[in-house]
Design a binder for this molecule. Structure first.
Ligand code: DQA
Length: 141
């Protein structure tokens, strides 16, 4: 099974960005850690600060599932929601490092939850692990 780990805007700044909320590790470090956690699984990594690039990736990836941290787009992108909804063959799991339900009101709204198969938020980098495990279990179960 091939899984796309897709990160949206500002997640390339992990390690320096609001470390008290998002932790001290860089995105590269998290991705390397994920590779070691799932040596049997093919992982594809993609990060973009651009909505259209995220949509292009969702439309064209040959992965069997996606773990998506859409960053701030989570809270207002109907276009990313439509892209997920439009690719029924690509099950998506929404993940967030922080617990968006316990932060500012504007972060409590997710436009993506309804079109994703599951959501994991507030577990730091473990949120990605939970997302990948969910997809693997879904495939095998
Ligand atoms: C985030 C939460 C979003 O509200 C924020 O805009 C991010 C990161 C998280 O992983 O906790 O960029 O998705």
């Amino acid at each position: 099974m091939k899984i796309l780990v897709l990160n949206g805007p500002n997640l390339n700044m992990l390690g320096t960005r609001k470390r008290e909320i998002y932790g001290t590790e860089t995105l590269e470090e998290i991705n390397e850690w994920l590779k070691k956690k799932f040596p049997e699984t093919e992982l594809e990594f993609f990060q973009s600060n651009h909505e259209g690039a995220i949509i292009d990736k969702l439309q064209t990836t040959d992965a069997d599932g996606a773990v998506l941290n859409a960053g701030a787009y989570t809270h207002y992108s109907i276009a990313i929601r439509d892209a997920i909804e439009g690719r029924e063959s690509l099950p998506c799991v929404e993940v967030h490092l922080s617990d968006i339900s316990k932060r500012e009101d504007f972060r409590k709204v997710s436009f993506l939850t309804e079109v994703c198969k599951a959501t994991f938020a507030g577990f730091g980098k473990e949120s990605y692990v939970k997302g990948i495990e969910f997809l693997l279990e879904r495939q095998n179960g």
